[in-house]
Design a protein around this ligand. Structure first.
Ligand SMILES: [Zn+2]
Length: 159
């Protein structure tokens, strides 16, 4: 009796995995155990289920992560500041100055969240840029991300 297609594809992948590892010294991605000569799709040492994937040596995530942090960290700062002013408001009342600062930081955090969402959604576009373009964009995002929140703080506290 023929196997159902899904199951046959699964056993096909397990077979390819075993074939791939029959003559290669590669570590289990979970525990580091050498998987040469693997006889199932599970690591004999830690029991992790393994699969065969396609990777790319071109995919270096450092610059993209730098860009994400350039947005995510100031976003966190703006959100925490908004939270602090919210608590101050609960204790001392939401006078107009305090309410304005609170709204500004909530607005800033929301703006950062939108940019962060875009950065994550458009990540493949980022990864396809040349190395120089990635460096430039990462630097730009990081500098603008922090500069914007620094200017906001400076403006509010008249520094
Ligand atoms: Zn393992």
């Amino acid at each position: 009796m023929p196997e159902p297609p899904e199951q046959s594809q699964q056993s096909d992948e397990a077979r390819l995995l075993q074939e791939f590892l029959s003559n290669r010294d590669l570590p289990c991605p979970v525990c580091g155990y050498n998987m040469r000569g693997l006889e199932s799709n599970k690591c004999p040492e830690c029991g992790a289920t393994l699969d065969l994937r396609v990777g790319s040596t071109d995919l270096k995530l450092g610059l993209w992560i730098t860009s994400v942090l350039g947005v995510a960290l100031p976003m966190g700062f703006a959100a925490v500041t908004a939270f602090i002013f919210f608590w101050l408001g609960l204790d001392y009342g939401f006078e107009s100055d305090l309410a304005n600062i609170l709204i500004l930081f909530v607005f800033a955090a929301a703006l950062y969240a939108i940019v962060l969402g875009l950065l994550i959604r458009k990540r493949r576009g980022f990864w396809q840029l040349s190395r120089y373009e990635q460096v430039g964009l990462a630097l730009l995002i990081f500098v603008i991300g922090w500069l914007a929140v620094a200017l906001l703080v400076a403006a509010i506290f008249n520094l």
